[in-house]
Write a protein that binds this ligand. Structure first.
Ligand code: PDD
Length: 288
């Protein structure tokens, strides 16, 4: 079955989908993006991702190319054309195409790209069942990682370095030795006194949509929770550690820099949060 993408108003075969050589996303990273998880045909956390997209666009002063309602019609059509049951929807909006020059062009139309990707659920579920190992590395990103822009080179390099060193991923650590977040996930611990912690949503992290939903889930399950940064040392001493994102949901971390976390096996709280999150999301009917 052919795969379809959506580029500036047209559904097009994925392999034929292209953007202009003078797209500002390509030349300057002048673009924002979103990623939605899809399981059982359900688009997860739909409104949260739309709200963050609006915030990212506003931060860069890129006008929204269409209303949320129209965007949802396009996303649903893309999912249908790709028969997407389990996988991801990726969206990218750049400031548009113009002769290369740093200032915002006077007249430019934002460019909208959407792709869909089917993914078997097995590998992600296995990673969650076994837990993953991460290494820490200095957070060398720019000061506005709270905006979901496509400027991900430090994240790419940190991820690659982690893989080459035999880890599944990396956690960034700031110059105070406090964990900021993962390369494409928020970082959490169940600290040594049994409190769930994740870093406050300042400009130092991307405010994950999964993170925000998991905070509510944790509270509804009666877990003690604090939005409070934690150090690398506190992470080593934690009872549990895990990551959250649209691509990992909740995935336990079992070692950090080769220090086993807690029992060195996936923790009960991370497992319960993952199960509850997946149940809640897949029982939500897609808004039309
Ligand atoms: N990444 N932090 C960073 C740096 C991220 O790139 C992401 C998401 C998150 C988690 O956000 P959310 O829960 O909304 O997915 C946190 C996406 C999945 C990606 O780049 O593929």
């Amino acid at each position: 079955m052919p795969r379809f993408a959506y580029v500036d108003g047209q559904f097009i075969r994925h392999r034929d989908a292209t953007i202009h050589v003078e797209d500002r996303g390509l030349q300057f990273g002048d673009a924002v993006y979103e990623v939605w998880a899809v399981r059982k045909g359900v688009l997860f956390d739909t409104s949260g991702h739309l709200a963050r997209l609006a915030r990212s666009l506003a931060a860069l002063r890129i006008p929204a190319p269409m209303s949320d309602q129209s965007l949802m019609v396009v996303i649903r059509e893309l999912m249908a054309r790709n028969r997407l049951k389990d996988g991801l929807v990726y969206l990218q909006i750049s400031r548009g195409t113009a002769r290369r020059d740093h200032p915002f062009p006077a007249r430019v139309v934002p460019s909208l790209i959407l792709t869909a990707r089917s993914m078997p659920t097995g590998p992600a579920d296995t990673r969650a069942a076994l837990g993953i190992s991460v290494q820490t590395c200095p957070d060398n990103r720019w000061g506005r990682v709270d905006i979901k822009t496509v400027n991900l080179l430090p994240n790419v390099l940190a991820k690659q370095a982690a893989l080459e060193a035999g880890f599944a991923d990396a956690w960034f650590v700031d110059d105070q030795d406090m964990v900021t977040e993962g390369t494409a996930q928020n970082a959490w611990i169940l600290d040594s006194s049994g409190v769930l912690r994740t870093r406050p949503a300042t400009q130092a992290i991307l405010r994950g949509i999964t993170r925000d939903t998991i905070i509510k889930t944790a509270q509804s399950l009666g877990y003690r929770f604090e939005e409070k940064a934690f150090s690398r040392g506190e992470a080593y001493e934690a009872q549990e550690a895990f990551i959250t994102s649209a691509t990992s949901f909740v995935t336990p971390v079992i070692t950090i820099d080769n220090h086993p976390i807690g029992t060195g096996r996936p923790g009960d709280i991370a497992r319960k949060l993952r199960e509850t999150y997946l149940d809640q999301q897949t029982s939500v009917k897609n808004p039309s």
